[in-house]
Design a protein around this ligand. Structure first.
Ligand code: GDP
Ligand code: IMO
Ligand code: MG
Length: 463
């Protein structure tokens, strides 16, 4: 039996919390895509853990796998493991030998490309972690895999091929002098990032540590054996469906597939194995987004709210949700764009992922509003759309047809979580029922706060 946790919107829906919620029944938690662009939060007994590479099951002491579909920065992986150890956890993480490695030059290239795009409307606002350039090299058959770090001869050969190309790309294509990018990227020595010997030494040592700590694994085989022996496996998606490279608002996307199909491809199990299990769509009760891209249900204009007058009713609601939900960038502190729930986006996600259940979070954040709205459908060129258009240009031109719900009062959500579904305010139940009906998918869990206990559980997918 497997359970796949997938972001149904734009990332940060609360996937880490749901992995933790249901993780007790799992033996192994496997990530299948993405890298340290993710930031998954688990709050246990008031202690907050932020996990970027280590699968969220670590908080419950579960074995974590980084599958072949992931891109792994060994430096951040080791730093994260060390930090978690200082916090008293003992993460047991195994990395697929087929997973690709993020090297410092990927981070430099990610940042330079964003910089080059900064005057255009195709700037993505990436996390700067080198995710895109690493997946480019994977597809370009010039990537370095985790298994290569354990074989110095192969590692050196691969670096000797690829590093001069990267240097030429920066100097001759982007016309950037490496001296100019120094200091720009935290934690990266730009000179060493393009030096074969320096990279070889540093990454060979990472390989040694991975080997010494027996951290590499044939992920598919390991997971298949776990299942054969009766173990329970959970797949932890990162990012979300609307930033999926195929199903999202391209080009404002990440470079992997957060959608559920990738749980098979990105771990080495068959789609029949993943498909026989449950696929839980994680839904945030409203929308928030860090950077560029369409957001038809956006509330007000972020520029007004941050620089201008911000007096309109929509701006006021956006500010309310932003403050209640802490919708400010984790690194930059920049306010995020905020919008009502978008049903065309969710219908698209439900189809692309085949959700068998939903976890709807942040119901507490919406409390205290007079009314809560959702984008029920879109209208585009006189046509009503139930789901999102394939091109982002058309998506951007969509106007939402809003549906209004009565708001629900702010209550003691800890009490609600303790007493269960009956204690959820009636107006919130109507909102949840609507989402469930529209997506033809039952609600398994309702998030009413960040903590593990602050969830109303209606069903456990492992039971
Ligand atoms: P992920 O990337 O999908 O795992 O989500 P993040 O951890 O990046 O962002 C979700 C944020 O919302 C975290 O700070 C969580 O602790 C918090 N959170 C999750 N569920 C709820 C909820 O139901 N209510 C509230 N108020 N916060 C929540
Ligand atoms: P979790 O797993 C929210 C966004 C970035 C950017 C785009 C591409 O915590 O939900 P990338 O660095 O991946 O090339 O950036 O994707 N992005 C996320 N947004 N949550 C995430 O992860 C994200 N990971 C990437 O902001 O718009
Ligand atoms: Mg996150």
């Amino acid at each position: 039996m497997t359970v796949t946790i997938v972001g149904s919107q734009l990332g940060d829906e609360g996937k880490g919390g749901v992995v933790d919620l249901y993780g007790d029944a799992a033996d192994v938690i496997a990530r299948y895509q993405g890298g340290d662009n993710a930031g998954h939060t688990v709050v246990e007994d008031g202690t907050e853990y932020k996990l970027s590479l280590v699968p969220s099951g670590a908080v419950r002491g579960k074995v974590g796998i980084l599958g072949n579909g992931c891109v792994v920065n060994p430096k951040t992986l080791f730093e994260e493991i060390d930090t978690l150890r200082e916090k008293g956890l003992d993460p047991d993480v195994r990395v697929a030998r087929r997973a690709h490695v993020i090297l410092p030059y990927h981070r430099v290239l990610d940042n330079i490309e964003e910089d080059v795009k900064s005057d255009t409307d195709i700037k993505v606002g990436t996390t700067g972690r080198g995710i895109g350039p690493t997946y480019e090299d994977k597809a370009g058959r010039r990537g370095i895999r985790v298994g290569d770090l354990l074989d110095p001869e192969v590692l050196r050969k691969r670096l000797e091929y690829v590093v001069p190309q990267k240097r030429a790309l920066i100097e001759d294509v982007y016309n950037v002098s490496l001296a100019d990018v120094d200091d720009v990227i935290e934690g990266v020595n730009v000179q060493d990032a393009f030096d074969v010997s320096a990279l070889f030494e540093q990454y060979r040592r990472f390989g040694e540590r991975l080997d010494e700590e027996e951290m590499t694994v044939a992920a598919g085989k390991f997971l298949a054996e776990t299942i054969d022996e009766g173990g329970e496996v959970m797949f932890e998606g990162a990012q979300g469906t609307s930033i999926d490279i195929d199903h999202g608002n391209y080009p404002y996307v990440t470079s992997s597939n957060p959608t559920a199909g990738a749980a098979a491809v990105g771990t080495g199990l068959g789609p029949t194995t993943v498909g026989q299990g449950e696929v839980i769509g994680i839904v945030k009760g409203y929308l928030s987004r860090v950077g560029s891209g369409p957001l038809p249900t956006e509330l007000g204009d972020i520029d007004d709210q941050t620089g201008g007058t911000g007096e309109g009713k929509e701006d006021e609601i956006a500010s309310y949700i932003r403050d209640e939900g802490g919708e400010y960038g984790t690194v930059t502190g920049r306010p995020r764009r905020v919008g009502w729930l978008d049903m065309p986006m969710l219908r698209h996600a439900a189809r692309a992922n085949g959700f068998t259940g939903l976890a709807i979070n942040h119901i507490d954040v919406l409390s205290g509003l007079d009314e809560v709205k959702v984008g029920h459908t879109y209208s585009l060129d006189g046509e009503e759309l139930e789901t999102v258009p394939a091109t982002t240009e058309r998506w951007e031109r969509c106007e939402p047809t809003l549906k209004t719900f009565e708001g629900w009062e702010d209550v003691d959500w800890d009490v609600v979580a303790e007493e269960g579904y009956d204690a959820v305010p009636d107006a919130a139940k109507e909102y949840l029922d609507y989402i469930s009906d529209e997506l033809d998918t039952p609600v398994y869990a309702i998030g009413v706060g960040p903590g593990r206990e602050e969830t109303v559980v209606r069903q456990n997918p492992f039971e």
